[in-house]
Write a protein that binds this ligand. Structure first.
Ligand SMILES: Nc1ncnc2c1ncn2[C@@H]1O[C@H](COP(=O)(O)OP(=O)(O)OP(=O)(O)O)[C@@H](O)[C@H]1O
Ligand SMILES: [Mg+2]
Length: 510
């Protein structure tokens, strides 16, 4: 019997069966991967483990003891810590206050701030985490906030630690720190669960794995030795996907998007490039390379200090999103969660809220039949797991929310240029494949596409041309034929670091 056992767990929500009769075990001193498509039930299982949901059937057994958690406090008491897919945090709290939470009344009084600071600093150092104890959570990156959560779990001496898609918005360096921490915790004998859609990470970190599909367990791998990526994919999606990128060459037209000498916030050197009708240009760079900032300048979300952007020869007005939209340029931001999801609205409404319509205040009259049709097409194509198009979007799994919001841009009419930032973050392999197909179709219709991505295999697999950025400037450009992993990476790394970092930089495959 494993240290942690899930036994016959079932969980139903109105209209949705999230989990059915799921049993598996997680050993102490191991990292157990949990895999499955968006909506397979992974996060629901973690919420049951964390005491947030009470299962309809089944039970947890921890260290031989059956447990029935009624609340999150029960789970914490039993030594469980969950780092959730969507972190919740109090923005005004400092790192120290967070770590001391619940400890303050004991030995360390609030008054003794000096001692509390020293104590926190020591703990953070011991964990190899480089954070200022006085920094407020709102000042930290998502990765740093996750570190705080993990430190909190370690300080509580949790025996079971679950990480639900922890790396989806981490930089390479943060991922390295996280992995080191996970390995240390494993060596200390913790039982750990690791959820990710990035199979490279699963192979790198996990000792064993379990695969969910449609709320059922479909496979257990006590070891990942000798198991191939294809096997995992096949078990996850229930079909073979031989080539997830499925690149299709196409005919390219004239220059559609012409960017000339653009300067502004976070841009170190004037930026210039062209994209042709029907062309997909991948923008690669490490987190912080300035790609998203550049795109915001082009779109007009931030004001340009110089340079021009033209579509089909017509110059757009600077710092004016409406001018961009009128010209047929749409920008799908990286942070779709903050920028886009309207939680209480339905899936169908979220798919149909056109940014174009929003900004131009056009189309007051909505055609419900059309909206329903568009929604159903995308629900089916991207396999958005929802009971129906009227479901509130907040009730969907993280990845399915992403798919619904992304559909908004993919469904956009009168599009000439699409800039899409990290199109497949948090999205499962099967749906990634379908998203690429939609991008190819848009390109075939003559749309010029700029795809910003931190996933090198995706950039290499999907783009007709690759532009590399580093430190706020364009540092390389490659045709599809020229673009190799080494060549592109070498340009993405800061000068000097190229040698030293080349071996340690993570290149993540879907
Ligand atoms: N509170 C809820 N009410 C209704 N349905 C829910 C609720 N929570 C989850 N679900 C549904 O349960 C199913 C499983 O969701 P879950 O979040 O566990 O998926 P997941 O495997 O974590 O997916 P992802 O990879 O996208 O994060 C989904 O169909 C989801 O829509
Ligand atoms: Mg999830």
């Amino acid at each position: 019997m494993s240290f942690l056992e899930f036994q016959g767990i079932g969980k139903a929500f109105p209209g949705v069966r999230a989990l059915s009769d799921v049993s598996f075990g997680v050993d102490a001193g191991s990292v157990h991967g949990l895999l499955g498509e968006n909506g397979a039930g992974k996060s629901t299982m973690m919420k049951i483990l964390g005491g947030e949901y009470v299962p309809n059937e089944g039970r947890l057994v921890i260290d031989g003891q059956p447990r029935a958690f009624r609340s999150a406090a029960d789970a914490i008491e039993a030594g469980v810590a969950i780092i959730h897919q969507e972190l919740q945090y109090v923005p005004e709290l400092s790192v120290m206050e967070n770590l001391l939470l619940g400890r303050l009344p004991t030995r360390l009084g609030l008054v003794d701030r000096r001692r509390a600071l020293d104590w926190t600093r020591q703990r953070l150092n011991a964990l190899g985490v480089d954070l200022d104890p006085r920094a407020k959570l709102k000042q930290l990156s998502i990765g740093q906030r996750q570190m705080v959560e993990i430190c909190k779990a370690v300080l509580r001496d949790a025996k079971i630690l679950a990480l639900d898609e922890p790396t989806s918005s981490l930089s390479h360096r943060e991922t390295d720190v996280l992995f080191r921490l996970v390995r240390d915790l494993k060596a200390q004998g913790k039982a750990m669960i690791y959820i990710s859609h990035r199979l490279d990470e699963i192979f790198e970190l996990c000792d064993a794995a379990t695969i969910f599909r449609d709320g059922r367990k479909v496979a257990d791998f006590p070891t990942l030795e000798g198991i191939t990526r294809d096997t995992l994919v096949q078990r996850m999606v229930g079909r073979e996907i031989s080539d997830i990128f499925g690149y299709r060459p196409r005919v390219q037209g004239d220059v559609r998007l012409a960017v000339r000498d653009v300067t502004g916030h976070a841009v170190a050197e004037p930026i210039g490039f062209d994209v042709r009708a029907g062309e997909i240009v991948g923008f690669f760079g490490l987190v912080g390379a300035g790609r998203s900032e550049t795109m915001r300048l082009i779109y007009g979300a931030d004001s340009r200090s110089g340079g021009t952007v033209a579509i089909d020869g017509k110059t757009l007005r600077s710092s004016d999103i409406r001018s961009a939209i009128r010209g047929g340029l749409m920008y799908c931001p990286e942070d779709r969660k903050e920028d886009g999801i309207i939680g209480v609205r339905s899936v169908a409404e979220n798919i149909n809220i056109s940014a174009r319509r929003n900004h131009l205040r056009a189309g007051m009259f909505v055609n419900e039949t059309n909206e329903a049709r568009t929604a159903d097409i995308f629900i089916e194509r991207l396999r958005i797991r929802t009971p129906n198009r009227r479901q509130e979007i907040r009730l969907l799994s993280g990845g399915n929310q992403q798919k619904a919001v992304l559909s908004r841009w993919l469904a956009e009419k009168d599009l000439r240029v699409l800039i899409i930032d990290e199109p497949t973050r948090g999205i499962d392999v099967g749906a990634k494949n379908e998203i690429y197909n939609v991008l190819y179709e848009l390109a075939e219709r003559g749309v010029a596409i700029v795809m910003v991505s931190s996933e090198l295999p995706e950039v290499l697999g999907v783009s007709d041309r690759v532009i590399v950025m580093c430190g706020g400037r364009i540092t390389g450009e490659f045709t599809r034929e020229q673009a190799s992993e080494e060549a592109v990476l070498a340009r993405a790394l800061p000068e000097g670091a190229a040698r030293a970092d080349a071996n340690t930089t993570r290149t993540v495959s879907p």
